[in-house]
Design a protein around this ligand. Structure first.
Ligand code: CAA
Length: 240
């Protein structure tokens, strides 16, 4: 049976790898993006994945967007809340705007998008929700009080939602990626990034596909007994 999967921020970086892994697992995939229209169109052409533009920080836009996906592809069976941004600064230099921009996009989106699909999943007695957290939500990172707070908030959201929906065969899990080879991580100052990579026990950045495989497993039919859990995919960084 072909499942419909929605991946927010799914046209590049980790989201693209997740969307591709779900497609390879046999899903019909929709990927959202916010800004890069040309990049998203190119990706859609190359992969055959349907793309939808909306801002996941905007509740009304998310309602309209998920309705469009539903009308064109069908009701969403698998939701991957992946869209996220950084606005790094030491907290004593952080602006209110940097704080809320990250909160609205990274944590507000959990409500905005998930709220649109949860009732249907409950009614159909099947759903897979995978929320993308971060190693920095698990262990903290100087310069990321906003991001770490939002990514840790995702873990509480995941556990509460898992409890509410377990009896309806809707599972809710979190994946906490470490530093991966993406544009987001490439923004970190080179000497700082070098020090971070040196502290990763496996000695390299993660590949986006490392995260894609984890998410595809959790989204699959064989993962029905796994809910409310967080999966660290970070090359051992959390231990170091
Ligand atoms: N721990 C403690 N103090 C630190 C620190 C650290 N790791 N890094 C910097 N500081 C201190 C400095 O010593 C300095 O202190 P003094 O003013 O007393 O001398 C002060 O903070 C300012 O340091 P900078 O000059 O470096 O400050 P800046 O304003 O130029 O830069 C920053 C701050 C932008 C946050 C920079 O440190 C930075 O880019 N950090 C990287 C944050 C990071 O890892 N982001 C991850 C992005 S990728 C991602 O998020 C994906 C994912 O999920 C893994």
């Amino acid at each position: 049976m072909e499942r419909i999967a929605l991946v927010t921020g799914g046209t590049r970086g980790l989201g693209l790898a997740i969307a591709e892994a779900l497609r390879e697992a046999g899903c019909r995939v929709a990927a959202t993006y916010h800004h890069d229209e040309a990049g998203a169109r190119r990706m859609a052409q190359e992969t055959g994945i349907a793309v939808y533009r909306w801002d996941v920080a905007d509740a009304a836009a998310s309602r309209d967007g998920v309705a469009r996906v539903g009308a064109e592809l069908g009701p969403v069976d698998i939701l991957v809340n992946n869209a996220g941004i950084t606005a790094d600064a030491m907290f004593h230099k952080m602006s209110e705007e940097q704080w809320w921009r990250v909160m609205h996009t990274n944590l507000g989106s959990m409500f905005n998008v998930t709220r649109q699909v949860i009732e249907g999943m409950r009614e159909r007695r099947f759903g897979r929700i995978v929320n993308i957290s971060s190693v920095n939500g698990r262990k903290g990172q100087a310069g990321q009080c906003n991001y770490a707070a939002a990514k840790a908030g995702i873990l509480g959201f995941t556990k509460a939602l898992a409890l509410e929906n377990a009896a309806r065969s809707v599972t809710v899990n979190a994946v906490a990626p470490g530093y991966c080879d993406t544009a987001m991580v490439a923004e970190v100052r080179p000497e700082l990034l070098q020090a971070i990579v040196a502290a990763i026990p496996v000695g390299r950045l993660g590949a986006p596909a490392d995260i894609g495989r984890m998410v595809a497993f959790l989204a699959g039919k064989d993962a029905g007994f796994i809910t409310g859990a967080t999966f660290d995919v970070n090359g051992g960084q959390y231990l170091a």
